[in-house]
Design a protein around this ligand. Structure first.
Ligand code: AMP
Length: 221
């Protein structure tokens, strides 16, 4: 049965970085709801403006918008053999909707939690910079580029996300505690959640994740 790999973790835990590496290795598309919503928020329409406001405040977008978005995106042909969810589900309602969707898509869900302590998350998020061209992620505190503001890979310019300032980060972390942390109980109760220490260096986290995934019977596409 083809798989849905779900990355769960606080903002800044490294879900996106790991999802990207997994996508390169296994050939599954990485579906980042944050990236899709940021794109939708660019539209100069009532919906676009609404999304922009919600995200800039560090709040969660409604479950209905997410259900529609995720259903549309995962019904594209590139998702047929499996896909990686990065940033979804983020509420118990979304988790229930995902279970239903997985059942009719005839896919099995593998849940991986990337665990990082809260004081570390703040430093990671406020220091994060992303290449505008290729999406490579840097951190001015932990993994600075060789030249400030410039991507090592392709020379693209680096930007900071609008919601990575200290005030919005606090709000996002509190949303995570109230809305998303209950998911850990929801999935943890039936022993389906696999945990990986996200404080380790990126390549070690990746190695552990690959180990878990290979044991679960996923092969590169
Ligand atoms: P991320 O890039 O995953 O940190 O997401 C950035 C922002 O997009 C979040 O702070 C939310 O406003 C919104 N968002 C992303 N995924 C979801 C989701 N599954 N449910 C609700 N809001 C989301």
């Amino acid at each position: 049965m083809s798989k849905i790999i779900v990355m769960i973790g606080a903002p800044g835990a490294g879900k996106g970085t790991q999802a990207r590496l997994l996508s390169e290795k296994y050939g599954y598309p990485q579906i980042s709801t944050g990236d899709i919503l940021r794109e939708m928020a660019q539209a100069d329409t009532p919906e676009g403006r609404d999304l922009k406001q919600i995200m800039a405040a560090g709040k969660l977008v409604s479950d209905d918008v997410l259900a529609d978005l995720i259903e549309k995106r995962t019904s594209r042909p590139d998702c047929q053999n499996g896909y990686i969810l990065d940033g979804y589900p983020r509420t118990v309602v979304q988790a229930q909707q995902l279970e239903e969707m997985a059942a009719w898509q005839k896919k099995e869900v593998l849940l991986v939690r990337v665990v990082v302590f809260e004081d570390e998350l703040m430093k990671r998020l406020t220091g994060r910079r992303t290449c505008k061209k290729c999406g490579e992620i840097y951190n001015i505190n932990f993994r600075p580029p060789q030249i400030a503001g410039v991507c090592d890979r392709d020379g693209g310019s680096l930007s900071q996300r609008a919601d990575d300032n200290a005030e919005t980060v606090k709000r996002r972390l509190s949303e995570y505690q109230s809305a998303t942390a209950p998911l850990i109980d929801y999935y943890g109760r039936n022993g389906r959640l696999i945990e990986v220490d996200g404080q380790l260096p990126v390549d070690e986290v990746f190695e552990k994740l690959c180990h878990v995934i290979d044991n679960f019977g996923i092969r590169a596409a």
